[in-house]
Design a binder for this molecule. Structure first.
Ligand SMILES: [Zn+2]
Length: 243
């Protein structure tokens, strides 16, 4: 390969070769110090270019079961089910939000730990400071909440000022799969469900809760059952892929 060809390829990869040569881009056919440094850097980094790093808006997270929830957030306890909520608040978790749930997923998909520890809601009996997330159904229930839907209206549907985002929706099954595995909770209609399903599935009255009966980013999916089924399907698929 000619020196010129090498220099053109280095340039295409994003390396700065200086200002020499007819096009003032460093392509001059002379294997000078700048070109040599770029060649060595290119050899070290493979084909990646330091001058043009790939920086997506949100770095993709590996969909690996076991990687979403830090181990020290899941103390040993007997837990029966996971109930999924939304906070009816902003995209960031407030102090009040954190006091009600064990885990929260913010608008950008980042996972936040709530104030109560999961073991305070153990199936063997709740302890002071437990997470009060579901009326008359907190014992043995882990509360996971998506930070969103402030000012939302169920009918006619209006998503409010902090609509649920795809980022937090996509993070949810990863979190649920981790929790199901660590607490040996099978994925079923009465074990992994949304708050909106509690009344119909567990027969415990909930005063018109509709989290989650709508997806702000996908108006085609409507109803607690349809969305609950979708949550369970995605969680089960992750667990299956992990085994
Ligand atoms: Zn709720």
């Amino acid at each position: 390969m000619l020196v010129l060809d090498i220099q053109r390829r280095l340039l295409a990869l994003g390396y700065d070769l200086g200002k020499s040569g007819p096009a003032k881009d460093g392509v001059d056919g002379d294997l000078g110090e700048v070109s040599q440094t770029a060649i060595l850097a290119a050899l070290e980094t493979g084909k990646s270019a330091p001058a043009k790093p790939a920086t997506p808006a949100t770095p993709p997270k590996p969909a690996i079961v076991g990687s979403a929830v830090p181990m020290d957030w899941t103390p040993a306890a007997t837990m029966k089910r996971i109930i999924v909520h939304w906070t009816a608040g902003a995209h960031r978790a407030s102090a009040v939000d954190k006091s009600h749930y064990h885990l929260l997923i913010e608008g950008d998909g980042s996972l936040v730990r709530g104030k109560p520890s999961i073991d305070l809601n153990a199936a063997t009996g709740v302890k002071p400071g437990y997470a009060a997330h579901t009326l008359n159904c907190n014992t043995g229930s882990i509360g996971v909440s998506l930070c969103c839907m402030a000012g939302a209206i169920e009918s006619p549907f209006h998503a409010g000022v902090a609509p649920m985002t795809r980022e937090q929706w996509d993070e949810l099954p990863l979190v649920l799969a981790d929790l199901c595995r660590r607490y040996r909770i099978p994925v079923g209609a009465s074990t992994v469900l949304s708050h909106a399903e509690v009344q119909s599935t567990l027969k415990i009255a909930q005063r018109g809760k509709w989290d989650i009966a709508r997806l702000a980013f996908d108006p085609g999916v409507v109803g607690a059952k349809a969305i609950g089924d979708l949550i369970r399907k995605r969680t089960a698929a992750l667990l299956e892929a992990a085994t």
